[in-house]
Design a protein around this ligand. Structure first.
Ligand code: TXA
Ligand code: MG
Length: 327
C-alpha cells in the first residue's frame, strides 16, 4: 500500500532512526511539490533524497567522491546526510534550484524496506509542519499533518531512537563543511577524513552571507508554544540561575533538566531529559518535550557544544530563538 501510494505520486510519512520523514518519489517533481504543500515548507529549502545503496548515489550525483565512499562505509546506513553536485536526473524542486543534492541511507528497517520495495529515491524532509519541532512518534505527525496526507507508517517505540535530525555535511569545496550537527559528530567525521569546517551558523543566527550554503538554517525552527530561554555555563550555577528566573517569573514555568541537576529543582515543575555526560540522551527526548510541554516559559540548561552536545545546543538555541544567558 505504501509503495503503491509512492508510485502513484502521493506523499506518506514513515519512521527513520532520527525523526519521521514525509516522503515522495524523489524523481517526480509533482509528487515532491505535495511535500512542500503539506508542510507549508518554503520553496528555497532543499530536501534530502533517501536511498538504500551506494549505486543509487552514483546515479544521483555527478560522481562518487572518495570522501563520500569513506564516510558511507563507516556511517551508512545512519544519521549522516552528504551533499554533493547533483546529476541532471534530480528535479530542481528537490534541490531548491541549487546545483547540489543531499543524500542519506537511513538506519531503520521500515524506511529501508520501503526504499528497497519502491526502488526509488525518496525525497523526505522531517514530517512536521514547517517551523514546528520534528516528529519523533507517529502521533506528532498526526497532530501536524492529519487530513493532508493519505498514510502514516507507525514505527515501534524504538523508532527515532536518535531523536534529532541527521548530520548534514557538504562535500563541495576544498574542505567539507558541517551544515547541521547530528549524532554523527564532527569528531567522528574528522577522525575519518581529517579536518572539516563548521558553518558559522551552527550556534548563532544565520547571517545573510551564509544563507546560500545552509538554507535550512534560515528558517525559524523547533518552536514550541511557549517562550524558551537557555542558560549556559557551569552546571550548578546554571541550575541556580534557572531557579532564580523560575521564582521571578510571574508565569507558569517549566524546566528542561539534566539528571545531574534534577535534585536542585525540588518543588518546581521540571522534566528530566537525560544526562549532561551523555548528550545523546538529551537529544532523544528533546523534541517530544518541546511539543508536549504546557507552560508559558521553558527554562533549559545549556551544555558544552561538543560531540553530540553540538547537535543538542544547535536545536536548543534555535528553539529559544537565541534567547540565551551566559553565566
Ligand atoms: O534525519 C533527517 O535528516 C530527517 C529524516 C527524515 O531523514 N530529514 C530531515 O530533513 O531532517 P529536513 O528537510 O527537515 O532537513 C534537511 C536539511 C535542511 O537543513 C536543508 O537545508 C539541508 O538538509 N539540505 C538539503 N539539501 C541541501 C543542499 N543541496 N545543500 C545544502 N543543504 C541542504
Ligand atoms: Mg525539518
Amino acid at each position: 500500500m505504501a509503495v503503491r501510494l509512492l508510485r502513484r505520486g502521493a506523499c506518506i510519512a514513515f519512521p527513520t532512526e532520527t525523526v519521521y520523514g514525509l516522503g515522495a518519489n524523489g524523481l517526480d517533481a509533482n509528487a515532491v511539490a505535495k511535500i512542500f504543500a503539506a508542510k507549508g515548507r518554503p520553496a528555497n529549502n532543499p530536501l534530502i533524497l533517501h536511498i538504500y545503496d551506494l549505486a543509487q548515489a552514483e546515479q544521483l550525483w555527478t560522481e562518487l567522491p572518495e570522501t563520500a565512499k569513506k564516510l558511507a562505509t563507516l556511517f551508512w546506513p545512519g544519521p549522516l546526510t552528504l551533499v554533493y553536485t547533483a546529476a541532471t536526473v534530480v528535479p530542481e524542486i528537490v534541490r531548491a534550484n541549487l546545483p547540489t543534492v543531499a543524500l542519506r541511507i537511513p538506519d531503520h528497517e521500515i524506511a529501508l524496506a520501503l526504499l528497497r520495495a519502491a526502488k526509488l529515491p525518496i525525497a523526505a524532509p522531517s514530517a512536521n509542519s514547517s517551523g514546528k519541532p520534528s516528529p519523533t512518534c507517529a502521533a506528532h505527525v498526526w497532530e501536524d499533518l492529519q487530513g493532508k496526507i493519505p498514510l502514516i507508517l507507525d514505527g515501534d517505540a524504538a523508532s527515532c531512537r536518535i531523536g534529532v535530525e541527521s548530520t548534514v555535511l557538504s562535500l563541495c569545496g576544498e574542505v567539507p563543511t558541517l551544515l547541521r550537527p547530528g549524532a554523527i559528530t564532527r569528531e567522528m567525521i574528522e577522525a575519518a577524513i581529517g579536518e572539516i569546517r563548521c558553518s558559522p551558523a551552527l550556534l548563532q543566527p544565520l547571517q545573510a552571507a551564509e544563507a546560500a550554503e545552509s538554507p535550512g538554517l534560515l528558517h525559524r525552527h523547533y518552536a514550541p508554544n511557549c517562550r524558551v530561554k537557555v542558560i549556559v555555563g557551569d552546571a550548578v550555577r546554571a541550575a541556580q540561575r534557572i531557579c532564580e528566573l523560575y521564582e521571578q517569573a510571574n508565569k507558569r514555568c517549566h524546566i528542561a533538566a539534566t539528571e545531574e541537576n534534577a535534585p536542585l529543582y525540588a518543588g518546581k515543575k521540571y522534566t528530566v531529559l537525560g544526562s549532561r555526560a551523555k548528550p545523546e540522551t538529551l537529544c532523544a527526548k528533546l523534541f517530544s518535550l518541546l511539543r508536549e510541554v504546557d507552560c508559558d516559559l521553558l527554562l533549559m540548561e545549556g551544555i558544552e557544544a561538543e560531540g553530540t552536545g553540538l547537535a543538542y545546543m544547535n536545536r536548543v538555541l534555535r528553539a529559544a530563538g537565541f534567547d540565551v544567558e551566559y553565566i
